[in-house]
Each structure stands twice: as structure tokens, then as C-alpha cells.
Design a protein around this ligand. Structure first.
Ligand SMILES: N[C@@H](CCC(=O)N[C@@H](CS)C(=O)NCC(=O)O)C(=O)O
Length: 215
């Protein structure tokens, strides 16, 4: 039975879609329009009480939080499609470390930039210029650490493409292509080469082709 993925056009659901494609897992999508408030409908809140996307339904199993979902499927189908967890427990530890870095160091500043640079003008809400400046600075410092790491390893967890790299695609796309922040990547030689490598994977190209970002 195909996995049902709610909200395919937004960034966090795309984290799940690219994983499902890499793992060769069949899926179908259900549109949920945040701009119409469909994520706060009582029926949707029964699936995801915080009203956020994505949610997956796999038979009678329901799961939310995009990083929990990608870990679940990478483990469940370890031997199917691309192995994204490493071959040893030490490699797995590094995959987990860099997944945490993505969630706790990379994501917060890029999220603030997406909200304030991209969405605020579209929604007619005020944007916080102090937060924009702080987020640019934070992201620059985070990417300096990535540059150092990627000057010694092809990918974040080592010499293999992993869940940690994959987890950067959805918001990395906003960073490079839609918030005018491409220079933060392009000014760092190894980060730039890494971005070109991971964003040119057929799985990611397919996600972008099938499910356009709403903005
Ligand atoms: N930690 C959650 C965050 C999900 C999230 O923020 N989703 C956005 C779309 S990218 C959303 O549903 N926003 C609507 C809202 O928060 O009201 C995850 O990774 O699944």
C-alpha cells in the first residue's frame, strides 16, 4: 500500500518526499493548503495536533515530524534503495550528529530568513530587519563550520551521501534560490560543490519537478 504524504508543496514535506524516492518507496500525496488554513481544520488536527505539515499515513500507522519520518523509513527499509545511514555504528553516529546540526544550527536561521525575507512581503506582514541581520550572521558562521568539514569529507557524515545531507535539501533550496542568499553558499568553495552535488540528485530534481514550492 502506498504511503500517503500530506502537504507535498511545502518545504518540510519535501524532506520526506525526497527520502521516499531515494528509498524507492511508493507514495501518494494529499494537498493541504496552508494559505487557506487547511492545516488547522479539525479533521487535519486529528492527524497532526500542532497543525503542521507533513504527516504520513502508512496503512493504519500515522507519523508526523519530518525528521522522525525520514529516520523511520531509512531504518525500516535499510536494505532498499539508497543506504542513507552508513555501514557501521560509528558512521551512523555521525549521520545522527549532522542531522542534529541541521535541525538545531542550520534550520533556525534559514527558517527566520524564509519567514522574514520571503513570506512577510507576500503576506503583507512586517519583517524583522534585526532578526534578518542576526540570521544572516548566524548562518554564515554555521556555514563556515560546514566549509571546514566539507574540505575534509565529501559529505557531512563522511564519504557517503546520507540522511544528514538529504535533510538540508528542502530549506537549502530556499536559501540558494528564493531568499537571495545564494552567496552564503557560493562564497564557500566546498559548501558550494556539496550543494551542487546533493541538489543535482535525480530524487531531488524529481521532487522539484512534481511539487512546485508555493512561493
Ligand atoms: N518540525 C516540523 C515542522 C513542520 C513545519 O513547520 N511545517 C510547515 C510547512 S514547511 C507548516 O506546516 N507550517 C504551517 C504552520 O506552522 O501553521 C517538521 O519538521 O515536520
Amino acid at each position: 500500500m502506498a504511503v500517503k504524504v500530506y502537504g507535498p508543496t511545502y518545504a518540510s514535506p519535501k524532506r520526506v518526499l525526497v527520502l521516499l524516492i531515494e528509498k524507492e518507496i511508493e507514495f501518494e500525496t494529499v494537498d493541504v493548503d496552508i494559505f487557506k488554513g487547511e492545516n488547522k481544520d479539525p479533521e487535519f488536527l486529528k492527524l497532526q495536533p500542532f497543525g503542521e505539515l507533513p504527516v504520513i499515513q502508512d496503512g493504519d500507522y500515522t507519523l508526523y515530524e519530518s525528521r522522525a519520518i525520514i529516520r523511520y523509513y531509512a531504518d525500516k527499509y535499510k536494505d532498499q534503495g539508497t543506504d542513507l545511514l552508513g555501514k557501521t555504528i560509528e558512521e551512523r553516529g555521525l549521520v545522527e550528529q549532522w542531522l542534529e546540526v541541521e535541525a538545531n544550527n542550520f534550520h533556525p536561521p534559514i527558517f527566520n530568513l524564509v519567514v522574514n525575507v520571503l513570506f512577510a512581503p507576500l503576506l503583507g506582514t512586517p519583517s524583522d530587519s534585526k532578526l534578518i541581520q542576526e540570521s544572516d550572521e548566524k548562518l554564515g558562521k554555521v556555514l563556515d563550520i560546514y566549509e571546514e568539514r566539507l574540505s575534509k569529507n565529501k559529505y557531512l557524515a563522511g564519504e557517503f551521501f546520507s540522511l544528514a545531507d538529504l535533510s538540508h535539501l528542502a530549506f537549502g533550496h530556499y536559501l540558494v534560490n528564493q531568499t537571495g542568499r545564494g552567496h552564503l553558499v557560493r562564497d564557500r568553495k566546498h559548501v558550494s560543490a556539496w550543494w551542487d552535488d546533493i541538489s543535482s540528485r535525480p530524487s531531488w530534481k524529481k521532487v522539484l519537478q512534481l511539487y512546485k514550492y508555493p512561493v
